[in-house]
Design a protein around this ligand. Structure first.
Ligand code: KIV
Ligand code: ZN
Length: 516
């Protein structure tokens, strides 16, 4: 029988460390609930000491999720361990994850401490975590560039102090599969109490080897793999959840392992994370990229049409991919019942109010676009279910522009007290004019740092999905909007980002200072 590999997802922690990504507490809860449906065993929800906002976000995840273990990260410092404990107090099952660097380069240039002091810090903080929580993980950061004897000694002592999982991070993505496999094997040979802990691995992708290194580690005895959805994370990211899970599943004949990941939830998880982080998935990304199941050359198309398996090793619908061209379509005459049934088949179980909003938007879209396929429905539901509370709602937008005209926009917003607020502005282009008109009403300083448009489907009547990022006070906020008119989609995306910013500001104003 295949042996179980546990999946620890760190999208909400290492994934959030991707440059430009900033998730609200509600975003984290939405992603965590989806990770629960996906079958993740452990969800690393954040690093509570870094901000009161993150402490509260981890606490919100700990309250909302049942099933997976909720982990919180702490460096080897009593305040960090206590913040992790506070954040996890309502979790059904919790884990404190303590980390500390072990490489000479980190000790010398970052920690500026000697090996004995660092070892002492690791042990005392693991012991502190153990007083609060039975499940304690310890990571020697930059393990793959560390003196091995020192790593063995630290693991040995941290296990004695109560660590139940020891995680070996390839922090800078430096190792290669053969070397990493041998390193993990050497840990089993040189740490005499290793049988009291589970060995986990955490691989970064700087050389594009994170998944290969993770798979090499399980051959050597690791039984937990730390991953991020879509492979996001610091720099080049972490091992990708969907790639690790599907490699283990597809090649169980060779590897002999299995995971609890539910393949049919993979696509939706990927989309949700991409929507909420604002990080698009590269088209050629394995499993979840836009081209992953597209066939271009005539020979390939011919083969797939005759028999799918000629050029496809996985069936995209088993991974939750919506039907592509030729799949089930809805149109103008489709009713609420059919709409609801199709959404349910795609895995969306909307409440009455959300369904009504989505159905209204569907009818509006059906007036503009003849055929609505599953990809349109995905974009529409993502648009209507944006979980951020709307301080300002976009009621209408009108633009006049052209090669001989000055771009002018008029917007009407519904404000916090229900009043309709209208204003107009000129801009360098239509989107600039809209954003300036909105700024005249909302008055929040920010800078637009990213703007991109993607077509949801093919064809001239396709919906455009606009993703933007704005920055204010050193924090960035993502906004998305979809419409057949990309100018309207741009206005929606900006309102979405602004409402996020306002909601974060409101929460910060009502924050109680963290207890020490
Ligand atoms: O990459 C790393 O070393 C980490 C640790 C905190 C586990 O993310
Ligand atoms: Zn990491």
């Amino acid at each position: 029988m295949a042996e179980q590999i546990k999946i620890l997802d760190t999208t909400l922690r290492d994934g959030e460390q991707s440059p430009g990504v900033s998730l609200t507490a509600q975003d984290k809860v939405d992603i965590a609930k989806q990770l629960e449906r996906l079958g993740v065993d452990i969800i690393e929800a954040g690093f509570p000491l870094t901000s009161q906002g993150d402490l509260e976000a981890v606490a919100a995840v700990a309250r909302a999720v049942r099933g997976p273990v909720i982990a919180a990260l702490a460096h080897a410092n009593p305040k960090a361990v206590d913040a992790a404990r506070d954040a996890l107090k309502d979790a059904e099952r919790s884990r404190i994850h303590v980390f500390l660097s072990t490489s000479d380069i980190h000790l010398m240039h970052q920690l500026r401490k000697n090996k004995e002091d660092v070892l002492e810090l690791a042990v005392t903080n693991v012991a502190r975590a153990k007083q609060y929580c039975e499940d304690v993980e310890f990571s020697p950061m930059d393990a793959t560039r560390s003196d091995r004897e020192y790593v063995y000694a630290m693991l040995q002592e941290c296990i004695d102090a109560g660590a139940t999982t020891v995680n070996i991070p390839d922090t800078v993505g430096y190792t290669v599969p053969e070397e990493f496999e041998e390193f993990i094997r050497s840990i089993f040979e040189n740490v005499s109490n290793i049988d009291k802990a589970t060995v986990s691995v955490h691989c970064h992708n700087d050389l594009g080897l994170a998944v290969a290194n993770s798979l090499a580690a399980i051959r050597a005895g690791a039984r937990t793999i730390e991953v991020c959805v879509n492979g996001i994370g610091e720099r080049a990211g972490n091992a990708s959840l969907e790639e690790v899970a599907m490699a283990i599943r597809m090649r169980s004949d060779l590897l002999g392992f299995e995971t609890n990941i539910v393949p049919s939830e993979i696509y939706r998880t990927s989309r949700l994370v991409s929507n909420l982080t604002g990080m698009s998935v590269q088209p050629n990304k394995a499993i979840v990229g836009g081209n992953a199941f597209r066939h271009e050359s005539g020979i390939h198309q011919d083969g797939v049409l005759k028999m799918r398996q000629t050029y496809e090793i996985m069936n995209p619908t088993h991974l939750g991919w919506p039907a592509m061209e030729g799949g089930i379509v809805l149109g103008k005459t489709s009713g609420r019942h059919g709409f609801k049934a199709r959404l349910e088949a795609l895995g969306y179980d909307l409440g009455d109010e959300e369904l009504s909003r989505a159905f209204l938007a569907f009818k509006e879209l059906a007036d503009k676009k003849q055929v609505i396929d599953d990809r349109d429905l995905e974009a529409l539901v993502a648009d209507k279910m944006r979980t951020v509370e709307e301080t300002y709602h976009l009621e209408s937008v009108q633009v006049s522009c052209g090669d001989k005209a000055s771009p002018t926009a008029t917007v009407r917003l519904v404000g916090p007290d229900g009043a309709v607020l209208a204003d107009a502005a000129l801009g360098t282009g239509p989107v600039d004019a809209i954003y300036k008109a909105i700024n005249r009403i909302v008055h929040v300083e920010n800078a637009l740092t990213e703007f991109s448009v993607n077509s949801v489907t093919e064809g001239i009547d396709a919906q455009g999905e606009v993703t933007i990022r704005i920055e204010s006070d050193g924090r960035s906020y993502v906004g998305r909007g979809a419409d057949t008119d990309i100018i309207v989609a741009s206005a929606r995306a900006y309102m979405n980002a602004l409402n996020r910013l306002l909601s974060v500001q409101r929460n910060a104003e009502s924050e109680v200072p963290a207890s020490s």
